[in-house]
Design a protein around this ligand. Structure first.
Ligand code: NDP
Length: 496
């Protein structure tokens, strides 16, 4: 049955059954106007224990880990088909839940579909390898095997997309899982679990618990029976998860924040530079881990570019994500809005020059939403909070440079290392700078594109490990060495 409307209760999925939780029920609100989009169940600690037990049993005794990869791949392909069938409704709910524009939500669903297809194809090709040890009586094989029970913990900005990067390779590799989406935007994760059920995922292989981080996420990271935690979210939470996972030496993959440099040399056409500077910084109101929040511009272009960016930023149309005329939706929550207002106040107090924005919009039609005008600060210095910390909102800071070395030093002057870009007509320089950037993804004369086949992840405090690509599958595998001596003889080591 195609999904119609936001998901209904019961909304936890444990051991193959939809169930309500012991944590009561909560309303999920539309950040555009505060209206209630859905009411969902919340898990309590006992539900987390039940979900882990179901995943453990499904892993230890169920068919999934030993199901032939071709069958696991077929299930992922069925999920992709169901995503195509339900695209419009899932995209609409994603917009109601996150506030992002429908155009972007549709792209997200297409990307999610592509991720399921990619891992279906990759799983099909997965094979162990024979290591030739040069002994005729020995067969030495390295075989990929699943890690076990995986806790998949996701953020609110790309709820469905981030979940797909985890759940598709996790299942392709033969693991079982407990999913914990952000309490702020849980709806499309619930919808995806319905599709996984419809596609025929065996009982207990996928479990879903809803609720906040301390109540539901933390117990997952501490649980003895969870073998791996894959987390995407903020730095402080990632650090807490790494600490919590240490007790049972879980495998931990963390995708954290970014403070991403967008380096523009003066030989870049003004229109192109301005267009991409605002796209890099203000897409999804800047609530993007790889947002180009630090614009680093060569002196000769600086003043002209800042003026052009301000002109364009002031024209960005804020509005309801469902309205095709809107270019940006609201921020996701009151807490996120308060955080942005605090960063703007701190930038002003530290002496940054406000070029545009720096306020909520005047439009009365937007008064009930968490809207904030795209904001640009110039004359910033590297020690300012707004330059060093991830604001995760519509704030762009502009720094200037004179030499190529200076540009590289500025771009690498961050604890993070998720993504960055360089713009120049000089191809040799583009490659020199791209090689020197300590960031997990580097775009040359572009910003934001990614593909399922290419690894995504950060250096430094942007995280460890990689999602997407073959490495994104390997995250969910152990590589086991099986040595088979086909003609055993006494060792003769001890006299006996
Ligand atoms: P948070 O770190 O606040 O939360 C992420 C998830 O972790 C949520 O589901 C949250 O639950 C949960 N959580 C919170 N505390 C704990 C805990 N102690 N133990 C286990 N789980 C916990 O991040 P946000 O949701 O605010 O997302 C924004 C962040 O995500 C940004 O820093 C952004 O850069 C990063 N991000 C990184 C990406 C990447 O690819 N590197 C991609 C997308 C986002 P709840 O919120 O329900 O309380």
């Amino acid at each position: 049955m195609p999904s119609v409307g936001p998901p209904q209760r019961p909304s936890l999925f444990v051991g193959g059954t939809w169930t309500s939780g012991s944590g009561g029920a909560v309303d999920v609100h539309n950040p555009f106007d505060g209206s209630v989009v859905a009411t969902i169940d919340q898990a309590g600690p006992d539900d987390v224990i039940r979900a882990v037990a179901a995943a453990r049993t499904a892993f230890d005794t169920g068919p999934w880990p030993t199901t032939p990869v071709a069958e696991r791949a077929a299930l992922l392909r069925r999920v992709a088909e169901l995503l195509v069938r339900d695209k419009e409704e899932i995209a609409r709910v994603e917009t109601l839940d996150t506030g992002k524009t429908l155009k972007e939500s549709r792209i997200d669903v297409d990307d999610v579909t592509a991720v399921f297809r990619y891992y279906a194809d990759l799983a099909d090709k997965e094979a162990g390898r024979i290591v030739d040890v040069g002994l005729a009586h020995v067969v030495s094989r390295v075989v990929p095997v699943p890690v076990g029970v995986c806790a998949l913990i996701t953020p609110w900005n790309y709820p469905l997309l981030q979940l797909s990067w985890k759940v598709a390779p996790c299942l392709a590799a033969g693991n079982t899982c407990v999913i914990k989406p952000s309490e702020v935007t849980p709806l499309t994760s619930i919808m995806l679990v319905h599709l996984l059920e419809e596609a025929g995922v065996p009982e207990g292989v996928v479990n879903l618990v809803l609720g906040d981080g301390p109540t539901v996420g933390a117990p997952l990271t501490e649980h003895d029976d969870v073998d791996m935690v894959s987390f995407t979210g903020g730095l402080a939470t990632g650090q807490a998860i790494i600490r919590a996972s240490a007790t049972t030496v879980k495998r931990v993959a963390v995708e954290l924040g970014g403070k991403n440099p967008n380096v523009v040399f003066a030989d870049t056409p003004l229109d192109l530079a301005a267009d991409w500077a605002i796209t890099a910084a203000f897409l999804h109101s800047g609530q993007v881990c790889s947002a180009g929040a630090r614009l680093i511009v060569e002196d000769a272009l600086h003043d002209e570019l800042v003026a052009e960016i301000a002109r364009r930023a002031e024209r960005i149309r804020l509005g309801n994500g469902l309205d095709p005329a809107s270019e940006c939706g609201p921020l996701v929550s009151a807490a996120q809005l308060a955080k942005i207002e605090d960063y703007v106040a701190s930038a002003l107090a530290e002496g940054a020059r406000l070029v545009c924005g720096g306020r909520r919009p005047d439009d009365p039609a937007l008064k009930d939403g968490f809207f904030y005008r795209p904001t640009v600060f110039a004359d910033v210095t590297r020690d300012m909070r707004v330059v060093r910390e991830e604001t995760f909102g519509p704030i762009l800071t502009v720094e200037r440079f004179t030499t190529e070395d200076e540009a590289i030093a500025l771009a690498n002057d961050t604890h993070y290392g998720l993504a960055g870009a360089v713009w120049t007509a000089d191809q040799a320089r583009a490659h020199r700078v791209a090689s020197a950037l300590r960031h997990g993804t580097v775009w040359i004369n572009d910003y934001h594109p990614y593909v399922p086949g290419a690894e995504w992840g950060g250096m430094g405090r942007s995280g460890n490990g990689r999602e997407l690509g073959p490495t994104g599958l390997a995250e969910y595998q152990e590589h086991k060495h099986v040595w088979h001596n086909t003609a055993p003889e006494p060792a003769g080591w001890f006299e006996g």
